[in-house]
Design a protein around this ligand. Structure first.
Ligand code: SF4
Length: 62
């Protein structure tokens, strides 16, 4: 089964710059203001780095 990175917006406090944006090796995550990050699925290589990094488990590779 092909995995996909899902963003669980309700788990993200949306009150800070997302640290996972800097962790992504291909620049697939972007954030507008303090909103929950969004993923560019065309860029994402499904490495799971952001998923392991987010302490709120708002980014899940599944
Ligand atoms: S899974 Fe990897 S490539 Fe995809 S958004 Fe997260 S850090 Fe970037």
């Amino acid at each position: 089964m092909d995995k996909k990175l899902n963003v669980y917006v309700e788990r993200c406090p949306q009150n800070h710059p997302c640290p996972s944006v800097k962790v992504c090796p291909v620049g697939a995550l972007s954030q507008v203001g303090n909103n929950a990050p969004t993923v560019d699925h065309k860029k994402c290589i499904k490495c799971g780095k952001c998923s392991n990094f987010c302490p709120k488990r708002a980014l899940v590779l599944e």
